[in-house]
Design a protein around this ligand. Structure first.
Ligand code: ADP
Ligand code: MG
Length: 306
């Protein structure tokens, strides 16, 4: 098949995307496909129109690649693509919108309040921080509405820290969440073609329970797959993850991030296009399910063509 591999892009996750793209390209060539590697740029549409690929493999993360922009162009050009379609991408990219949808579907997600830059700057929203703390409690987590890789995520233990935490979060996006901090085990459930893959647990290696960015550094966390959970726990985590994937309208593949608290799982977010490097969680989970990297890539293509 003639595959256009989309990688790079202009988001802060460009580096991860290029690594995902390289690894997927290798697999596609191994599988005998013809690959045309495209970086997002002014000639993207021109290249797609000229080459007319059978399918586009989207190995993009963050803005434009994961938020529906590229998906919408591909759908207009009638080129099938991997990963969720436009609307699902938009819902996943916006953590606040995603959480409203989870709530409406009776799915567990921590309490939260959303602030926009405009509300704080133009409408005096800063005087509601006390009310926000009453709603979500302390500690809480401040984070940008979009973005990934824990960029701009900060824990707040006192009311007075909210302005600074919001300034950080709002430097990544024009809206930010204040969300109840949930203590528990960090799990990720990758979903491939509507089926949950074995649960992955991220176990922080340093005592960095409040420093989330540190976990993305090499050695910041170790990963266990399948996670050491009881049968009933696994079933409940998978049920919630699959229901979240469905509620947001995902298709192809996606990854649901959760915290397993004492009283059950809480969904933090759904990544429409999770990392696809050798060490990323979706490939690890696929491997644990008996699908090696090449088989996983072929399955993702088959789902795009279906
Ligand atoms: N409400 C929360 N309670 C506890 N930890 C959280 C919470 N929100 C985020 N975190 C931590 O921060 C990490 C990144 O947050 P997440 O919402 O998944 O955003 P992203 O991965 O897009 O940066 C999570 O994997 C988790 O370690
Ligand atoms: Mg996450």
């Amino acid at each position: 098949m003639k595959v256009a591999l989309l990688q790079g892009g202009r988001s802060l996750e460009r580096g991860v995307s290029i690594r995902s793209g390289l690894r997927v390209t290798e697999a596609l060539l191994d599988l005998g496909h013809e690959v045309d590697v495209l970086d997002l740029g002014p000639d993207l549409v021109g290249q797609l129109e000229k080459n007319r690929p059978d399918v586009a493999f989207i190995a993009l993360h963050g803005t434009e690649g994961e938020d529906g922009t590229v998906q919408s162009l591909l759908e207009l050009l009638d080129i099938p693509h991997t990963g969720p379609r436009v609307a699902a991408c938009k819902r996943c990219m916006d953590k606040s919108l995603a959480k409203y949808i989870l709530r409406e579907n009776g799915l567990p997600t921590p309490d939260w309040v959303t602030y926009s830059e405009a509300a704080i700057r133009d409408f005096g929203a800063a005087s509601t921080f006390g009310a926000a703390v009453e709603r979500v409690g302390l500690p809480l987590v401040a984070k940008p509405c979009s973005q990934g890789s824990s960029l701009g995520v900060k824990v707040v233990t006192e009311l007075e820290q909210i302005p600074n935490a919001l300034i950080t979060a709002l430097s990544y996006d024009d809206r930010a969440l204040l969300e109840t901090w949930v203590s528990g085990r960090e799990l990720a459930v990758s979903v491939l073609g509507g089926e949950a893959l074995p649960v992955v647990e991220a176990i922080p290696t340093k005592s960095n329970s409040y420093d989330f960015e540190a976990r993305y550094e090499i050695g910041g966390a170790s990963f266990e797959c399948p996670a050491d959970l009881g049968e009933a726990e696994t079933a409940e985590v998978e049920r919630v993850a699959l229901a979240a994937y469905e509620a947001l309208g995902c298709s192809g593949f996606s990854r649901v991030d959760l915290i397993l608290a004492e009283d059950g799982p809480q969904v933090l977010e759904i990544n429409a296009i999770p990392g696809l490097t050798e060490t990323s969680l979706l490939p690890q989970a696929a491997e644990a399910a008996g699908l090696d990297f090449n088989a996983m890539v072929q399955k993702i293509l088959d789902l795009a063509m279906a």
